[in-house]
Structures are given as structure tokens and as C-alpha cells.
Write a protein that binds this ligand. Structure first.
Ligand code: GLU
Length: 266
């Protein structure tokens, strides 16, 4: 397991992302990172080990901007190290991806993309997604992400930012959890509700195969056929401690009861 967070709004994204990651710490991780958009530039900060190491790095080399993604990684492909930590970028550093899950056919996809001239910087399965999106990108990010995901087998919860698209970011999930938060002039993304609770109690649970487009003032959800669908926002009434366990007495019970298929749920 690992954690994903995302934010678009009017506050400094890095603070909100790190705070969200802190609230997902219980999911376990070996490294962490954030990417924040500033103008068209993507600022990336990643570190191995505790979140405190990422916070130190951010103190030394701050990032500024109001749109960003964060990730805590539990390595499945590629050892825990800075290059393998998320977020991952495409060749020209315009597309950024955070991912929870496993891309099972990444070896074939990586070979195909390398033959086309894509240059890889990590040993992860995740990085193929950034290059697949870059490859499919003809100016419509949502479409490029959909095309990329149609090539990927396995499980994913992802967040995607493009340096060419400053007003929104994209999320999608299949066999990995992901929840959206609706704020005031802000939208949030997280692997689990506790990361959202300091900011909003209005959440939308994504169904398997859903994609979402998050803007400051609007969140749109699309099903696996690309049709826009209405997913009702739910008001969370639990406090943070209760919601981390989703009403279960122990985390272990929550895992057992809420995991549809253990083999796919990372
Ligand atoms: N499979 C990806 C990796 O090894 C994501 C792991 C995770 O879900 O944290 O980087």
C-alpha cells in the first residue's frame, strides 16, 4: 500500500500535500515525493525514508504553486531510492504521474516506448504511464490518459498533471482506492478519507474504471466508457481517528473487510 494526494486551489500546494501524506502514513511507505506546478514548470522533490526527510528537503528547496501531487511509495518494482520514488515524469518533464498499484505488462510497454525513443529514468512499472501519456498526448490530457490506461494491464490509482494544463489535473482508478474531496474553490484527491478531513468533509468515492477531472471550482467524473456520470458527494461525519479505520475497530479489520481482492490490492 502507499498513499496518493492531490490538490488544486489557491493555497500553497506543498503544505497541503505533505499534511495529507502524513495522514496516510499508516498505509506504510519507503519513500515519498511531491510535484508542484509553478507557471508551466514542474518542481519535483523526492526522498527515501520518513516523511520528515521530504519535509527537510522542502525546507531547503521549497516549491511554490497551487496545483500539485504527492505520493508515499511502497516499492513493488524497483528498489526504494530517489530515482524510483514518485512522482514520475515523461521525457520532456511535462507530464507527471503518481501511481498506487502494479502495471503488469510494463516490461513490454517499456520496450515498445524505448524503441520509439522514450528515455526512462527509473526501474519502476509506473514510469511507463508517464511515457504512454506523453506518447498519446495530442493536446487533450484527459484523452491521452484514457488512451494510455487502455494499454495498461493491472491495478492503478493515479493522479496526472501536465505542465501545459495549469487549470486542472486528472485522476483515475482500477482496483486501487481513490477518493475526491470537494472544497471551497479547491479540489482534493487522496487514497483515503483521513487525508481530506482537515480541508473538507464532502467526498466522492470513485468507482472502478472511473476517471475524474479536478478543477478549483468543478469536479467531473467519467465512467470507463468516457461518459460523464454523476457520483454523489457524501458528507463525512466521522472524526479523523474514526475515519482512518472507516468505522472498524482495528486497521486490520478495515483491510480485511474493504479489500475486494487481496491479490490486486497494493
Ligand atoms: N508499483 C509502483 C512502484 O513500485 C507503485 C507502488 C505503490 O503502490 O506504492 O513504484
Amino acid at each position: 500500500m502507499c498513499g496518493i494526494v492531490g490538490y488544486i486551489g489557491s493555497q500553497e500546494a506543498a503544505d497541503i500535500l505533505v499534511n495529507g501524506l502524513r495522514r496516510l502514513e499508516y498505509r506504510g511507505y519507503d519513500s515519498a515525493g511531491v510535484a508542484v506546478l509553478n507557471g508551466g514548470d514542474i518542481q519535483l522533490r523526492r526522498s527515501v525514508g520518513k516523511l520528515a526527510a521530504l519535509e527537510d528537503l522542502l525546507r531547503q528547496k521549497p516549491v511554490h504553486g497551487t496545483l500539485g501531487l504527492g505520493h508515499t511509495r511502497w516499492a513493488t518494482h524497483g528498489r526504494p531510492c530517489e530515482e524510483n520514488a514518485h512522482p514520475h515524469m515523461c521525457c520532456n518533464d511535462k507530464i507527471v504521474v503518481v501511481h498506487n498499484g502494479i502495471i503488469e505488462n510494463y516490461v513490454e510497454l517499456k520496450r515498445e516506448l524505448m524503441d520509439k525513443g522514450h528515455r526512462f529514468k527509473s526501474q519502476t512499472d509506473t514510469e511507463v504511464l508517464a511515457h504512454l501519456i506523453e506518447d498519446a498526448d495530442e493536446g487533450e490530457l484527459m484523452l491521452a490518459v484514457r488512451q494510455a490506461l487502455s494499454r495498461a494491464h493491472g491495478s492503478y490509482a493515479i493522479g496526472v498533471i501536465s505542465g501545459d494544463d495549469r487549470e486542472r489535473f486528472i485522476a483515475a482508478r482500477k482496483d486501487s482506492p481513490l477518493v475526491l474531496g470537494i472544497g471551497k474553490e479547491a479540489a482534493y484527491l487522496a487514497s483515503d478519507v483521513p487525508a481530506l478531513l482537515p480541508y473538507t468533509r464532502q467526498v466522492i468515492y470513485l468507482n472502478d474504471g472511473d476517471m475524474a477531472e479536478l478543477r478549483r471550482d468543478q469536479v467531473r467524473v467519467f465512467d470507463n466508457h468516457g461518459r460523464e456520470v454523476r457520483r454523489e458527494a457524501k458528507g463525512i461525519k466521522w472524526d479523523a481517528a474514526m475515519s482512518e479505520k472507516a468505522g472498524f475497530k482495528h486497521f486490520m479489520l478495515k483491510e480485511i473487510r474493504t479489500t475486494p481482492d487481496d491479490s490486486k490490492h497494493i
